[in-house]
Design a protein around this ligand. Structure first.
Ligand code: ADP
Ligand code: MG
Length: 626
């Protein structure tokens, strides 16, 4: 499609606002243009954190000589033409204002050549006005150089952060696009130094290594696409031209001519799962709506802030609270409080299911059915954690799980694109690793009245008796609550407790919550309450102390739901066997058996590990047998 100025009607429907906030936003717009142009290789050069210069070089389709000026006009785009196009955008850009906005506040030079033209064009603009134009011999593709950003807007210049901060923003942006498009070769030069380069192998895993390092990448768990795994029928998958799972974001087929580039793939029109690109029928499950795949960290690997959560929706990097929340929910009780996982997830859904036209820089989007998207993300992450999370190892680095997968990845790293070129197929998504249930454990004894020593096929395990029991009780409590049947035990003598400074407790809801948990507590005047019954699991614990702490958690602040969750965990904590308690062999065997039956045997509800593992191999090494 040639570049055209959008009609007033279309232009007015595009979310208005400032596109250029800082150097990184310029790099973002330029990189998106290169991706939309079907580039295979994208080089980003930055000087002085982008304040001095930003340059993006691509080998995409280029701009024809007679359209170059038009590209810099406001609301000029080759990507959409009508209002209808707004509802099914398959490119990253569509607003037709990035180049105009960037040019207005900087000095821009573009050198470009389209496939069909034999000679390229050089155009220079200052503050949005063309100052120079000439023919120029150059390879096909586009080089956009942006210098002295905000040179003519001193007020904005003042608000730029330090060079280091702006550089950090640019770095993380390029990393993100590298991860979103593993099939493209990205490189990033900071003041002449190559600071990042992706292989363009098509494997997200290869890019993870470059972004987070081998150490972290090796521990990451792969979230596989379910749609393919359970994939309706293998046959229909083979027939439709959906990408294979290893094609994480398949190459944006270089569009012939200047049609819509297909940087962001829309589901095929004959896709048996989504129908022909129409709205979903009621009752369609989230699985059919959205594909979720990528990599997530195991519970043993976490960070202090949320900046390690990365989401791409149809190839677009988005910052979305709902998606972050879905992930935190999936890690719920698996991570220590205040810690966050490392997550790189790609979501693919029919473009008609997403509204990307809600934010000027397009980083926020709206889902038509956000509940379904939430559920799909949460389930995909949870499933991966349940199936694959490893038991921490006693020494050295954490156990990598599953072993065969690590082997496959190592091969891919070594061989990289050569393997692809040679047609070596990565294992298909059908080869799921066995769900990582606990191995059968034989109890040998107790240590320090705190740890259960057990033997399994893979060596020795030390189980924290308190943490393990907490996990067992937590899952039991959740199951009982779901059935509205928490086991309760009446006290022989009612107990009176004082709960001063707890105005919330008598306020009905808290008391009701506790009474649903198996307590029978009633106000007894003033700060005093009468306890007639307690949850059966707590019957042998220090009831008075437990109630005080549970009520504390319940009323401490945060949302009601968070308070309830903390209260549940506190109840479980007070009910579980303590460290320092002697257990008989029978009791220990019982506990291990119950732990084996839980869904998440490896962590307690606080997110601490329930066990550590010393492998037979490690032991042999320690004793010099190998
Ligand atoms: P948008 O990307 O929203 O269409 P832009 O202002 O970013 O708007 O770009 C305007 C037009 O210029 C694009 O529609 C595209 O046709 C052309 N263009 C910009 N950058 C490139 C590039 N790197 N390669 C080819 N064409 C480009
Ligand atoms: Mg653009």
């Amino acid at each position: 499609m040639p570049i055209k100025v959008l009609s007033e009607e279309v232009a007015s429907k595009i979310a208005a606002g400032e596109v250029v906030e800082r150097p990184a936003s310029v790099v973002k717009e330029l990189v998106e243009n290169s991706i939309d142009a079907g580039a295979r290789e994208i080089k980003v050069e930055v000087r002085q954190g982008g304040r001095r210069l930003m340059r993006v070089i691509d080998d995409g389709m280029g701009i024809p000589a007679d359209e170059v000026e038009l590209a810099f006009a406001r609301h000029s785009t080759s990507k959409i033409a009508s209002v209808d196009d707004l509802s099914s955008i398959s490119t990253l850009g569509f607003r037709g204002e990035a180049l105009a906005s960037v040019a207005a506040v900087s000095q821009v030079t573009v050198v470009t050549k389209a496939a069909e033209g034999d000679v390229g064009t050089l155009l220079r603009l200052e503050g949005g006005k063309v100052t120079h134009r000439q023919k120029k011999g150059c390879p096909q593709g586009t080089v956009v150089t942006v210098e002295n950003l905000f040179y003519n807007v001193p007020a904005r210049l003042k608000f730029l952060r330090s060079e280091a901060t702006e550089r950090k923003h640019i770095n993380s942006l390029v990393y993100r696009y590298g991860m979103a498009y593993p099939q493209l070769r990205f490189s990033l030069l900071n003041d002449g130094r190559l600071t990042f380069q992706s292989l363009g192998s098509g494997e997200l895993y290869d890019v993870l290594i470059k972004v987070y390092g081998l150490e972290v990448a090796q521990q990451m768990l792969e979230v596989r696409r379910l749609r393919r795994a359970f994939g309706v029928s293998a046959q229909s998958n083979a027939q439709s031209s959906r990408p294979r799972s290893e094609d994480f974001g398949e190459p944006s087929g270089r569009a012939s001519g200047r049609g819509l580039s297909r940087a962001v793939r829309a589901p095929e029109a004959d896709d048996p799962l989504t129908g022909s690109g129409h709205r979903l029928k009621p009752g369609t499950s989230e699985l059919e709506l959205v594909d979720v795949y990528g990599y997530i960290s195991p519970p043993s690997l976490h960070r202090a802030n949320r900046s390690y959560l990365t989401f791409f929706v149809n190839g677009r990097w988005v910052q979305d609270r709902m998606l972050s929340y879905a992930v935190s929910e999936a890690y719920h009780t698996l991570l220590p409080t205040g810690r966050h996982p490392i997550v790189v997830l790609r979501l693919e859904l029919d473009p008609s299911q997403v509204d990307i036209n809600v934010h000027p820089t397009k980083r926020e989007i709206r889902f038509l059915d956000s509940n379904a998207v939430f559920a799909a993300v949460q389930k995909a992450v949870r499933r991966t954690l349940v199936d694959q999370a490893p038991i921490p190892r006693m020494m050295g680095r954490p156990l990598q799980w599953p072993a065969p997968d690590v082997e496959r990845r190592r091969k891919l790293v070594e061989v990289g694109s050569q393997a692809k070129a040679a047609g070596i197929e990565a294992p298909s998504a059908y080869e799921f690793p066995e769900p990582a249930k606990l191995p059968p454990l034989r109890v040998l004894g107790q240590m320090a009245q705190t740890y259960i020593i057990a033997e399994g096929p893979e060596g020795m395990y030390l189980v924290d008796q308190h943490a393990a029991h907490e996990r067992v009780l937590y899952e039991r409590l959740m199951a009982e609550r779901a059935k509205m049947a928490v086991a309760s035990q009446a006290l022989l003598e009612p107990l009176t407790i004082e709960l001063p400074f707890q105005p919330g407790i008598a306020g009905g809801e808290s008391l009701e919550f506790l009474n649903h948990l198996g307590f029978d507590i009633e106000p007894f005047g003033g700060d005093t309450y009468l306890v007639r019954a307690v949850p059966a699991m707590l019957a042998k614990g220090d009831i008075g102390q437990a109630i005080v702490e549970i009520v504390d958690e319940l009323t401490e602040g945060g949302t009601v739901e968070v308070g309830k969750e903390r209260a549940l965990i506190s109840l479980v904590c007070h009910s579980a066997v303590r460290a320092g308690q002697t257990l008989s062999m029978e009791e220990m065997r019982d506990l291990i058996r119950q732990l084996e039956e839980t869904a998440m045997p490896r962590t307690c509800p606080h997110g601490r590990p329930t066990m550590v593992h010393l492998s037979a191999e490690q032991l042999a090494r320690e004793f010099g047998r190998r």
